[in-house]
Design a protein. Structure first.
Length: 147
């Protein structure tokens, strides 16, 4: 069996750190993840996914990420059953984070800028000396590629 979820999205609200009776820290937060395709109305839709992070990782998330920041999540999908205030049985689907990481560059906005790891400069472009312009043709696109 294999249960792996890798997500990149933006925080919907500031995460809040809580401490459970055993002393462990936990934070639950929601991220908005854009869908790959536009809807029938031409607008891009997003899915809102609940994330749970524990212990030092929970502290890390609350310290360096805030509403609107881009965030990467690597974890597994978990379900849990509960009863709501009206006595109805419900099932919650969450991603339990194994790893949380920064995405985007220093200029992408948000408070995670200072803690983002340094990125090395891109390699110089490769120069191809063989071939002529007539060997290539322009590909027409409608700018709505499926990837």
């Amino acid at each position: 069996m294999f249960n792996k979820a890798i997500l990149i999205g933006r925080l919907v609200a500031d995460p809040e750190l809580r401490q459970i009776p055993s002393g462990a820290y936990v934070t639950t937060f929601r991220i908005a993840v854009d869908r790959r395709f536009k809807g029938q109305d031409g607008e891009r839709k997003a899915d809102f996914i609940d994330i749970v992070s524990w212990r030092q990782q929970a502290e890390f998330v609350c310290k360096y990420f805030h509403k609107g920041d881009a965030i990467g999540i690597d974890g597994s999908i978990q379900t849990r059953n509960y009863e709501d205030r009206n006595g109805n049985k419900r099932t919650a689907f969450e991603v339990v984070a194994d790893n949380v990481f920064f995405v985007g560059g220093k200029n992408s906005g948000g408070s995670a800028q200072a803690a983002a790891p340094a990125v090395s400069a891109p390699a110089a472009p490769v120069s191809y000396s063989s071939g002529a312009d007539s060997d290539f043709e322009e590909v027409e696109t409608d700018n709505d590629l499926p990837f």
